[in-house]
Design a protein around this ligand. Sequence first.
Ligand code: SF4
Length: 146
Amino acid sequence: MAIEKEVKEGKTKYYINPVDCEGCGVCHLVCPEDAIEVHDAINGEWFISETRFGPMSHARLGIAEENSGRLVTLVRDHAVNLSKKYEIKNNLIDGSPGTGCPVIASLTAADYAVIVTEPTVSGLHDMKRVFELVKYFGMKKPRSSK
Ligand code: SF4
């Protein structure tokens, strides 16, 4: 939670720190006083574009807006619809960096994954976590080149 307490001149005030808030809405769900309102926000836009390789489903985030699993799921669902419409057998999904909800959403229903990382301690750490996710989703092992 990003809810912080401030005591000033004997009065206690609670507020949501916008820097720490992930926008999950849990505080709205659990608040017994119904004191928290949640409003929809436009964080970006999704598109379907034509490329020389075929149609592409993609999105553009607003400045300083965070990606979300919902946005990735929406883009992925549009890609699946395009595949059906144009009888495309394979979809290539460019996943998000890190290990959060957008990565989980991009791995959902995928057959294979290629994990790309940078040669740093945090890069190795994230790669191991994504590998655990890949195993969790039970993706097929690629055929041996031998
Ligand atoms: S929306 Fe989520 S992260 Fe933000 S204050 Fe509420 S519970 Fe915390």
